[in-house]
Structure formats: C-alpha cells, structure tokens
Design a protein around this ligand. Structure first.
Ligand code: ATP
Length: 361
C-alpha cells in the first residue's frame, strides 16, 4: 500500500518543460489516471514516478519518504507498457517468473508464485506456450503477470491497451480494475482515451501543457469541469459550446448568439461582470432535447449510432450548431424543422479569454 505525492515536479528536456509544476496526491489503494492529449506530459510524469527518469526539480514522496534518489527497484513499483516486450524465446511461465529468477529465488517458490499469478490472470492453460502463440490480449495479460509477480506496492500503466482491439480493450479495463482491487495496490494509469479514464478510475488528473488542470472523480470531471478544456476533453460527443453574449435586463438574463436568443435560468444571475458581456455557453448533448415547443432549429446532420442518435441542428445566419443526443433511432432528415429544448440547469458558462468556468453546475 503506497501513498504517492508529487510536489511541484518540473522536468525539462532541452528547453521544453514536459512537466511544468505537477502537484498530485495519490492516496493508498487509489486508482488514478493521467488523462490528456498527446504531448501533455502524462508519460513523463509516470516515468518520473517509476524512477526511470530524474526530475529537474520538485519532490516525489512515497508513504511520506523522499524517493527522488531511489532506483525503480527500490521504489517498489512495477510498470506495464503499451509494448509488451515479452521475451520471444521464453514460455509464458518463464516470462512471468523471469524477475524471480534474476533475484535467484528457489525454483519451487518461482513455480508456486507463477502458478498463483497465472490463476489470477487466467493464464494457467497457456503457461507452456511461447509469446508468438498468444493473442494480443493474452500477451498483454502475460505482461501484467510479469508485473504482478513482483508484488509491488504501485502499478504503473502506460497506455497498456493501445494495441488491442476495441472489444478486448473494454474487457481488459475491467480485468485490470478488478486486479487492482483484489491486490489492494495503488495504480497510476496513463491514457488519452477519456472513456477509458472515466470507466476505470477513482480519480482522474486531466493534464494540459505539463500541468494538472483538474484532479477529481470521474463525476466531478464530467459534471463540474473547471475549464472548457476539461469540459471538451471528456464526454462524447464533445460538449456543445456556443459563443455569444449576455443580455441583462432587470432580473432576466438572456444569451444571444447570432440571431438566436435563449432565456437563461436562475444560475445566470451568479455570473459577475464580464468584459463586453462575451461568454461561452456549454451544454452536453444529453441536455439538449428535441421537443414540441422550444427553440426552432433546422436539422443539419443525423448520425444513428445504435442505442441513440446524434442530431446536429443549426440556424440561418450563424455557423454555430448544437448536437442533441436522442435515445433510440430517430427518423429525421437534414433540412427538417425541429424545436430544441436546452435545460437551463445543465448549462455551464466559460470565460472566452481564460477558458475558465465562471458559472453553472
Ligand atoms: P503521448 O500520449 O504522445 O505519449 P504524453 O502526454 O505522454 O504524450 P510526454 O511523452 O510526457 O507526453 O511528452 C511531453 C513533452 O515532452 C512532449 O513535448 C515531448 O515531445 C517531450 N519529451 C518527452 N520525452 C522527451 C525526451 N526524452 N526528449 C525530449 N523531449 C521529450
């Protein structure tokens, strides 16, 4: 059981700050995911926790003890990468037991521990096979087995499922999460896949340009994003953003974009003074309904995806559009006139200059 603390971590590569002041407190037994687009510093942060690389400045604590100077082995962490890097000429059993052989553990102990790990990961029937005789998912399970057998306090995963097909990726997610719970370890997982992060994590750190922009539970990240960046990084389709202005008159506040005016709910009253009244309104597509009476709009594009349909609507005289997520199959044609209803209680408001959320939720 390990608690990990990153304090003001900076890592510079030839003038580029891959990590630019990362602060993170990961509790014992927590499953934390570092999420963000390519190049935001996720892998660098993970490598620094692992001890595969040295920090430029800042402190890494594990269970309150400074580990900056410790080797990966001394840190009691095990890492699983996207590339499984199994030894091709060794059987599954030999691959899994390799670290124990290096540590010169007795043969009987190695056999017993390999057996236990194989049972845990449902690899028992495959122990005598070579890696090339396994599917991608099985190979990745062997790679995880190699990490598990070390009985580390911390598991570090760097995009471990990127090479697997979609169905297998979903299965491996729940396998890894269950393994984490069963072993009672602390896990740090890197991915750029928001759905993967949402489904597997206790908390998610959304990273941007070498910094943690928000650290919270999947629900917090989804429902109360601190910024437009976070809001649009999680959820599919991306959160709708309308760029417009506030119209205040007496107690009533409206939002105008192009020729369209939408009355806002009570929370609009909490929006303070803003420069030129410019504001961005964010609303998730599940909070945009197609109803009987609402805002008249024109259907632009209909995308049935099985259990739901994504309907893009727009207006004349503005290029801005909204996506509504409608349950089931919807028989609408582009060009059809519909009424859209936006739930005022689900609206978020962002400062167009800073991108920060300034009201809503
Ligand atoms: P990806 O998902 O593409 O792996 P990432 O979020 O994990 O992205 P990092 O790999 O941590 O991002 O990289 C962060 C930044 O640091 C990038 O600009 C990258 O080019 C740079 N960088 C990372 N490693 C090195 C290195 N060894 N030498 C030079 N620059 C590096």
């Amino acid at each position: 059981m390990t608690r990990i603390e990153l304090i003001d971590i900076v890592k510079t590569f030839g003038g580029v700050n891959a990590c630019d002041g990362v602060d993170l407190l990961i509790e014992e037994r927590e499953f934390v995911t570092l999420l963000g687009p390519s190049g935001c510093g996720k892998s660098t942060t993970l490598n620094l926790i692992a001890g595969l690389d040295d920090v430029t400045s800042g402190t890494i604590l594990m269970n309150g003890k400074r580990v900056n100077e410790l080797s990966p082995y001394q840190r009691d962490v095990a890492m699983v990468f996207q590339q499984y890097a199994l030894y091709p000429h060794m059987t599954v059993a030999e691959n899994i037991g390799f670290t124990l052989r290096l540590r010169k553990r007795p043969k009987s102990e190695i056999r017993e521990r390999v057996q236990r790990v194989a049972e845990l990961l449902e690899l028992t029937a495959l122990l005598d096979r070579l890696p090339r005789e396994l599917s991608g998912g099985q190979q990745q399970r062997v790679a995880i087995g190699r990490a598990v057998i070390r009985e580390p306090g911390v598991f570090l995963f760097d995009e471990p499922f990127s090479n697997l097909d979609a169905a297998l990726r979903i299965r491996m997610r729940s396998e890894v999460r269950q393994l984490h719970d069963r072993l009672g370890v602390t896990s740090v997982f890197v991915t750029h896949d928001q759905e993967e992060a949402m489904s597997i994590s206790d908390r998610i750190a959304v990273m941007r340009l070498g910094k943690v922009e928000q650290f919270g539970t999947p629900e917090e990240i989804y429902s109360t994003p601190v910024s437009k960046y976070v809001a649009q990084f999680v959820g599919s389709p991306r959160m709708n953003i309308l760029d417009g202005e506030l119209l205040r008159s007496g107690k009533q506040t409206d939002f105008r974009f192009g020729p369209i005016v939408i009355p806002l709910g009570a929370q609009a009253a909490t929006i303070g003074a803003i420069d030129g009244n410019r504001i961005e309104l964010g609303i998730r597509s599940e909070h945009v309904r197609i109803g009987d009476s609402g805002l008249p709009a024109m259907v632009r594009f209909v995308q049935p995806i099985g259990p739901e349909t994504h309907v893009t609507v727009g207006w004349n005289d503005t290029a801005q559009t909204l996506i509504a997520r409608v349950p089931g199959i919807v028989r609408l044609q582009p060009g059809a006139q519909v009424d859209v209803v936006l739930d005022p209680a689900s609206m978020l408001f962002f400062d167009p200059e800073t991108g920060n959320r300034i009201a809503g939720a």
